[in-house]
Write a protein that binds this ligand. Structure first.
Ligand code: COA
Ligand code: AMP
Length: 659
C-alpha cells in the first residue's frame, strides 16, 4: 500500500502549478498513487469530446475504503476519525476509525437488506449527527449514489430533489435542533412524499434515526399509506450483516448535490468517485497541510459541498480527525463557541464562512471570549462560501495571529479553485483576495463574447479553461445537455464560473460577485428565480421581483417586491406576512426571507425588463443611474417612496423547545 498521504513536495507554488499544466497527466497520476485502488489507473484523462472528459477512466476503487479501511489496515484503527460536538445538547462523541468503519459497514448492510446496490439512489435528510456521516459513507461503500438535502430546506424543496434523484430509500432522523426550537423532520419527509405523489413511487423505504431530543419515530408513519415502509434505524441495523466495500469505476458517481442555478429547478451536481478522491487527497496536504495526527474543524453542514469535502471526505481520506459541529457561532451559548471547539478538539484548522465570523465580531468585537481558551494548535483559518470583507479579515488575522486564507470554490468544482497553498508555500495574503489558482485550474478573465482579456486590474467573467481538473462536476443529474448549456456554452473552451472579478499585478484573484441571479445569504446559495416562483403562487401577486440586497451580517439577503393583482383587496401588510410565511413553508427557513415591499408597479424598461440593478443600488444606498430605456421615469420616485412601507417580519411557525 502506498504510504498514506506522502507529503506534496514543497518546491514552491509556481513550480507545482506549472507542472500541473505542462505535465498534467503525470501530475494527477502521481497524486492518484496516494490512494488505494482496486485497479490502479494507467490513463489520467480521457477527452471524449470538447464538452466531455473523464479522469482515471480505467481505475476502480472504493471511496469509503479509502476514507476508513485503508487507515485501519495501516494500524491506525484506534485513531479518532470523528468528533461529534453538539453545542445544542452539550455533548461530545469521539469515534475511532475502527468504530466508524464498523458502524458504516453495518449500516451499508442494512441498506443492502432494503435492496440498495451500486448505482441506486439514496436521499439523506439528517441533522449534524454522526448518522449523517455514517449514511453517506455507507452509500459510498455500496457504490450507491446519495444526495444529502440540507435540513433548513422545507418539504417542497425536499420533494423537488426526490423527484429529480428518484431515490429508492430515504435516510432521515426524528429531527434537528435550532436555537430555541426543534426541527421535526418526519412531517417534512411525509409531506414531501405526498407532494411527489406518483413521482415518489420508487421510494420504498424510509429509515429513521431517533433522537431523544426530538419526538417522532418510524412507528408514527407505519400506516402512512404512501407506499414506503418506515424503519427504525436501530432495529434495522441490529439484524444487518456488515458489507464490504464495492469497487466502482473512478467515473461512477459518488453523490449528487443540488445547488441553485438561475432557474427555479435546482441543479443536481454529479460528483465522480476517483477524481474527487484524488483531488481531495492532494488538497488536504497541498492547501491545508493536513494529515494523520491533525484535526480540522469545518463549521459548515453536510448539506453543502463544504461539508462533503472538508467535514467528511477530505479529512478522512487524509487519515486525520474531523469535527462535526451542531450549533451556531454565536448564541450556543456565546460567541466563544468556535474557540471552545477548537480548544477541546486541538484542531489545527478552522474552516468556516465569513458570515459566521461577522456574527462573532458583532457579539464580541474585542475577542474577549478568546482568552478563555487554549488555541495553541491552531495554524490557520480558511474561509469560503462568500466574499470575505477586508475589515473582518483584518479583525480576525490581528486577533488570532494566524494566517486567514480566503479560498474560492463552488459546489460544481468540489474543491478550491483559488487558495493560498500553505502546504506548499505560504504566499503573501491580501485582504479581499482569494490568492492564486490551484493546480489544474487555468483561471482566465473573459469578456461577454468569451475573448480572453486577462490582465492585471481588468475586471470580467471568471472562466476556467477546459478540462476541469479531477473532482470537478461530471454533469447535471439527468441532463448532460443542461451541463453544457449552463456552464460550457457561454464561453466555448471554458467553464463559466458565474462569478466576476480580476487579477492583480501579482496574479492574485479578487472574486467580486455573481454575474447571474444567484445570491449568497449567509454563505448559502439561493436563486432569486426560485423565490420569485414561490411568490407568484400567491393569488394576490400580479408581478414580482426578488433581488439580493446588502446585509451587514449575512452578506446578502433576499428582498421581495410585488404588485397586487387587479381585483384583489388584500392589505399590503397582510400580503407581505403571507408571502414571508409562504417562502418559509415552500423553500425553508434557510432562505431567511423577511422583507416585502408592495409596489404599484415594478420599475421596468420599455421592453419590459425589470430594472433589478437599479432597484438594488437604490435599496443599498449606492449611486445609481436610471437607464434611458426606462418605461416611465416617475416609477423610480414611486419605488423610493414605497421603500418606507417595506414589511420586515419576524420568522413564523416556530415550535418552541420545552425548557
Ligand atoms: N435545519 C433547520 N433550520 C435551519 C437549519 C437547519 N439545518 N439551518 C438554519 N436553519 C434556520 C435557522 O433556524 C433560521 O431560522 P429562523 O428564521 O427561525 O431563525 C434560518 O434557517 C436562517 O438560519 P441561518 O442562516 O443559520 O441564520 P441565523 O440568523 O439563525 O444565524 C449566523 C446567523 C451568521 C449565525 C448563521 O447564518 C451562520 O452560522 N452562518 C454560517 C453559515 C455557514 O456555515 N455556511 C456554510 C456554507 S459553506
Ligand atoms: P456554493 O456552490 O454554494 O459553494 O457557492 C459558490 C459561490 O459562492 C461562488 O460561485 C461564489 O459566488 C461564492 N463564493 C464562494 N467562495 C467565495 C470566496 N472565497 N470569495 C467570494 N465568493 C465566494
Amino acid at each position: 500500500m502506498t504510504e498514506i498521504m506522502s507529503a506534496v513536495p514543497r518546491n514552491g507554488y509556481q513550480e507545482v502549478w506549472d507542472r500541473s499544466q505542462s505535465h498534467r497527466d503525470d501530475f494527477w497520476l502521481e497524486a492518484a498513487e496516494r490512494l488505494d485502488w482496486d485497479t490502479a489507473p494507467q490513463t489520467a484523462l480521457e477527452q471524449r469530446s470538447e464538452t466531455e472528459w473523464r479522469w482515471f477512466p480505467d481505475g476502480t476503487l472504493n471511496v469509503c475504503a479509502n476514507a476508513l479501511d485503508r487507515h485501519i489496515d495501516a494500524g491506525r484503527g484506534d485513531t479518532i476519525a470523528l468528533i461529534a460536538d453538539s453545542a445544542m445538547t452539550g455533548t461530545q462523541q469521539r469515534i475511532s476509525y475502527l468504530e466508524l468503519r464498523d458502524r458504516v459497514a453495518t449500516f451499508a448492510g442494512a441498506l443492502r437488506s432494503l435492496g440498495v446496490e451500486k448505482g441506486n439512489r439514496v436521499l439523506i435528510y439528517c441533522p449534524m449527527t454522526p448518522e449523517a456521516v455514517v449514511a453517506m459513507l455507507a452509500c459510498a461503500r455500496l457504490g450507491a449514489i446519495y444526495s444529502v438535502v440540507f435540513g433548513g430546506f422545507a418539504a417542497n424543496e425536499l420533494a423537488t430533489r426526490i423527484e429529480d434523484a428518484k431515490p429508492s430509500v430515504i435516510v432521515t432522523s426524528s429531527g434537528g435542533l435550532e436555537p430555541g426550537r426543534q426541527v421535526r423532520y418526519l412531517p417534512l419527509v411525509h409531506r414531501a412524499l405526498e407532494i411527489c405523489g406518483e413521482e415518489a413511487s420508487g421510494v420504498h423505504a424510509v429509515i429513521v434515526a431517533n433522537r431523544d431530543e426530538v419526538p417522532g419515530s418510524a412507528a408514527d408513519y407505519a400506516d402512512d399509506g404512501a407506499g414506503a415502509a418506515w424503519h427504525d434505524w436501530d432495529t434495522l441495523v441490529a439484524g444487518a450483516e456488515p458489507a464490504d466495500p464495492v469497487p466502482v469505476n473512478a467515473n461512477d458517481p459518488l453523490y449528487i448535490l443540488y445547488t441553485s442555478g438561475t432557474t427555479g429547478s435546482p441543479k443536481g451536481i454529479v460528483r465522480d468517485s476517483g477524481g474527487y478522491a484524488v483531488a481531495l487527497s492532494w488538497v488536504m496536504r497541498g492547501i491545508y497541510d493536513f494529515g494523520p495526527g491533525d484535526t480540522i474543524f469545518t463549521a459548515s453542514d453536510v448539506g453543502w459541498v463544504v461539508g462533503h469535502s472538508f467535514i467528511v471526505y477530505g479529512p478522512l481520506i487524509a487519515g486525520g480527525t474531523t469535527v462535526l459541529y451542531e450549533g451556531k457561532p454565536v448564541g450556543t451559548p456565546d460567541a466563544g463557541a468556535f474557540w471552545r471547539v477548537l480548544a477541546e478538539t486541538g484542531a489545527k484548522i478552522l474552516s468556516t464562512a465569513p458570515t459566521a465570523l461577522r456574527a462573532i465580531r458583532r457579539e464580541d468585537p474585542d475577542l474577549a471570549e478568546l482568552a478563555k481558551y487554549d488555541l495553541s494548535n491552531l495554524r490557520a483559518i480558511y474561509l469560503a462560501g462568500e466574499r470575505m470583507d477586508p475589515e473582518t479579515w483584518h479583525w480576525l488575522r490581528d486577533g488570532l495571529g494566524v494566517p486567514v486564507v480566503d479560498h474560492w470554490w463552488q459546489t460544481e468544482t468540489g474543491w478550491p479553485i483559488c487558495a493560498n497553498p500553505l502546504g506548499i508555500e505560504e504566499l503573501q495574503v491580501k485582504a479581499g483576495s482569494t490568492t492564486v489558482p490551484m493546480p489544474g485550474y487555468n483561471v482566465r478573465i473573459v469578456d461577454a463574447a468569451g475573448a480572453d482579456i486577462t490582465a492585471p486590474g481588468v475586471e470580467g467573467n471568471i472562466a476556467i479553461k477546459l478540462p476541469l481538473p479531477p473532482g470537478g462536476m461530471l454533469e447535471i443529474w439527468g441532463s448532460k445537455q443542461r451541463f453544457i448549456d449552463s456552464y460550457l456554452a457561454a464561453f466555448p473552451g471554458y467553464y463559466a464560473s458565474g462569478d466576476a472579478g480580476h487579477f492583480d499585478d501579482d496574479g492574485h484573484l479578487f472574486v467580486m460577485g455573481r454575474t447571474d441571479d444567484v445570491i449568497n445569504v449567509a454563505g448559502h446559495r439561493l436563486s432569486t428565480g426560485s423565490l420569485e416562483e414561490v411568490l407568484t403562487q400567491h393569488p394576490a401577486v400580479a408581478e414580482c421581483a426578488v433581488i439580493g440586497i446588502a446585509d451587514e451580517l449575512k452578506g446578502q439577503r433576499a428582498a421581495g417586491f410585488v404588485t397586487i393583482s387587479r381585483g384583489s383587496d388584500i392589505a399590503s401588510a397582510t400580503l407581505a406576512s403571507e408571502l414571508i410565511a409562504l417562502i418559509r413553508e415552500q423553500v425553508g427557513p434557510v432562505a431567511s426571507f423577511r422583507d416585502v415591499t408592495v409596489l404599484n408597479r415594478l420599475p421596468k424598461t420599455r421592453s419590459g425588463k425589470i430594472l433589478r440593478k437599479t432597484m438594488r443600488q437604490i435599496v443599498d444606498g449606492e449611486e445609481y443611474t436610471v437607464p434611458a430605456t426606462i418605461e416611465d421615469a416617475g416609477v423610480v420616485d414611486e419605488f423610493i417612496e414605497a421603500l418606507s412601507t417595506t414589511v420586515s417580519a419576524p420568522p413564523t411557525n416556530v415550535v418552541t423547545l420545552p425548557r
